[in-house]
Ligand binder design. Structure first.
Ligand code: AMP
Length: 285
């Protein structure tokens, strides 16, 4: 059947319900401006589920800076065309008023998982993410839900959300899709000028360098962070907001890398903030 776009919770539920008997429902939550990274999630959902729902919602309560929300790219028409070409069954594209008809009286509060990395620099961000994802889980009632490893801390928060609140969905993490020069695909990349685009892969290079160093036996987090900083060009348009090595489950920083860690960073390039991460395993590249 052809792609259907629905804007209300009632309409989504009415379309999803009769499809339950066909097999698993898959949910791919997004904020739109879809690219090949999203496409990878959608393809995997398509391969594993009888019905694929893509949600497109720029969630205001997860934005810590109003100008970021304002500038966030929106392109429902081209997003719908991509979804159609990938065999998506339903796009759920609610308005802010549909998702938040009245100010919330209750919301999800993320604990120490949000203390470091993006959580430290974006106050309230993960509370907003966890709250909207819980709402989307309740609305779509999907058997399987797909999230990108590109947002590693978000994926860890969603995994805990599901286990803490007994949400009956299986969370599936999907590897990061990159440009040929290593830059992780992101909807925010389209904001980069041509010159900024040249500078943007520096974070990928820093992560690669650290991954190799960990594989070669470097264990000091301080030394590894210094190696990462050395990959960031001395250019006034570029600023490393953070670079950390954290435990892959609780996302707390480690001083010594003696077991697998997630190396993660945020890089400002002009007025655009880019994030990326890589799993680093001692003795293994
Ligand atoms: P967003 O629209 O940025 O909120 O992303 C929606 C989903 O797509 C999230 O689960 C992201 O982690 C995932 N995603 C975004 N960029 C990529 C990428 N380059 N590779 C894989 N997944 C991605």
């Amino acid at each position: 059947m052809a792609l259907q776009i629905v804007e209300t919770i009632a309409a989504l539920r009415a379309r999803v319900s009769p499809r339950r008997s066909n097999g698993p429902i898959g949910l791919v939550p997004t904020m739109g401006a879809l690219h090949d990274g999203h496409a990878r999630l959608i393809r995997q959902a398509r391969a594993e589920c009888a019905t694929v729902v893509v949600s497109i919602f720029v969630n205001p309560i997860q934005f810590d800076r109003p100008e970021d929300l304002e500038r966030y790219p929106r392109s429902l028409e081209t997003d719908a065309a991509l979804c159609e070409s990938l065999g998506v069954d339903l796009i759920f594209a609610p308005s802010v008023a549909e998702m938040y008809p009245v100010p919330l009286a209750c919301r999800v509060e993320v604990g120490r998982l949000a203390d470091h990395l993006c959580g430290r620099f974006r106050p309230g961000h993960f509370n907003g993410v966890a709250t909207v994802v819980l709402k989307l889980f309740e609305i779509a009632q999907a058997d399987r839900s797909y999230f990108g490893e590109k947002d590693a801390q978000q994926l860890a928060v969603v995994r805990r959300l599901v286990s803490d609140f007994n949400v009956p969905t299986m969370v599936i993490g999907v590897p990061t899709v990159r440009e040929l020069d290593g830059l992780a695909l992101s909807s925010r990349n389209q904001r980069l000028s041509a010159e900024e685009r040249q500078l943007a892969p520096a974070l990928f290079h820093a992560l690669q360098k650290v991954q190799r160093a960990v594989a070669d036996g470097v264990t000091s987090a301080a030394d590894l962070k210094q190696l990462a900083a050395g990959e960031i060009p001395a250019d006034s348009r570029v600023r490393l907001e953070y670079f950390e090595l954290v435990d892959p489950v609780d996302f707390q920083p480690v001083d010594r890398v003696t077991s697998p860690v997630v190396a993660a960073g945020a890089l400002w390039v002009g007025t655009t903030r880019l994030i990326d991460n890589m799993r680093c395993v001692p003795g293994q590249s």
